[in-house]
Design a binder for this molecule. Structure first.
Ligand SMILES: [Zn+2]
Length: 362
């Protein structure tokens, strides 16, 4: 009702913005974010991804793994994004091992948070590792510490109280065996906030090309672990903002899904109109949504292919003409106009969502 209160056609898409300075949000019937200057837009673009595209999560530790960016580990030879694979002749499940996945959401005033994990390291062929964690209420460098086996991981404060994202990457393999990761507050907060360890993910990876990381845009089958431990695969490593909220880019499978979703609702043919002309002439004009060659600055090799058919016969002399004039004797009949949209962002269109047609009679 807030959307309709803005007036007819004034609200394209409703978004609820929580009146809160810190991280939060949700996809679903509506996109929800907060007014946080540090994380509001980060959350917004991720949740809008869920709503604009038919895609689930790509990050570990969730529960919603469905849509164009998630597939079964048993579907390697028929992945939903097989037409986007960087090496389609050689699909592989990228060699990764998840060591930790936790959402402690713990107030560190209650004590430090320590967790043990068992690395395989070189015994499993894993040569490098990535720890990702988020913490909030840690606005100064002396407020918080993260250590691995007692050694500082070199955490750096974002300088504000909002939930902040930290990546620690190492190309030194973890020693096989048990390790301890510890998070603790180093000082008591003075501003009434609490210092919190929010979530933790730790993976070890195989070397190139067992695990493709050097090319951040590589599309393959990367293992993703639900909170239940169930394993799925996703298209990319850390490239897509449906996995990594700090990314500003969607992977090709997610972008393609957005086109499919939009074009299942919208025809790129706006109207076919007959222009004023003398009695013995007919002038027709096709109006299209201004994408492809009608964008001010063309992108992604977008292109419209336009064909006209009269009484079941293609009029090839009218191909790609958006306006034409013919003598009435050559124009009378039943017409069909066919408009096809092409873009580098769509490679697969099984439902012909990028093809549009209109029929009219002169
Ligand atoms: Zn994606």
């Amino acid at each position: 009702s807030a959307c309709s209160a803005t007036g007819p056609f004034a609200c394209d898409y409703p978004v609820l913005i929580g009146n809160d300075d810190y991280y939060g949000g949700l996809g679903g019937a509506f996109t929800i974010s907060t007014k946080s200057v540090t994380s509001g837009s980060v959350v917004l673009r991720h949740e809008m991804g869920h709503n604009f595209a038919s895609v689930g999560e790509e990050y570990d530790g969730g529960s919603a793994y469905n849509g164009a960016n998630s597939d079964s580990v048993n579907n390697l030879n028929n992945l939903k994004w097989s037409h986007w694979l960087s090496e389609p002749q050689n699909p592989q499940i990228e060699q990764a091992n998840i060591l930790l996945q936790a959402y402690p959401w713990l107030d560190l005033a209650q004590g430090s948070y320590s967790v043990n994990f068992t690395a395989e390291g070189l015994n499993g062929g894993y040569t490098r590792w990535l720890l990702q964690f988020t913490a909030s209420g840690v606005e100064t460098q002396d407020s918080f510490e993260a250590t691995l086996d007692g050694v500082s991981l070199g955490w750096i404060t974002t300088g504000d109280l909002d939930r902040g994202f930290t990546d620690v990457f190492s190309e030194t393999p973890l020693a096989p065996g048990v390790h301890t990761l510890t998070f603790r507050q180093l000082s008591t907060p003075t501003s009434g906030n609490i210092r919190m360890i929010c979530n933790i993910n730790l993976h070890e990876y195989g070397p190139e090309p067992m695990f493709h990381m050097d090319d951040s845009t590589f599309i393959s089958a990367y293992p993703t672990y639900a909170s239940s431990g169930f394993r799925r695969v996703r298209p990319g490593n850390e490239f897509c903002l449906m996995r990594n909220m700090t990314s500003e880019i969607l992977c090709s499978a997610c972008k393609e899904s957005i086109w499919h979703q939009f074009l299942s609702r919208v025809s790129l043919i706006d109207s076919v109109v007959r222009l004023p002309s003398s009695d013995d002439l007919v002038s027709m004009q096709l109006n299209v949504i201004p994408v492809a060659q009608f964008r001010p600055i063309p992108i992604n090799n977008e292109q419209f292919i336009l064909q006209w058919m009269r009484n079941g016969i293609f009029q090839i002399n009218l191909n790609d003409l958006y306006q034409w004039t013919l003598p009435l004797s050559e124009a009378s009949g039943v017409w069909n106009v066919f408009l096809e949209f092409r873009t580098d962002e769509v490679r697969n269109d099984p439902s012909n969502l990028l093809q549009f047609t209109e029929e009219f009679t002169i």
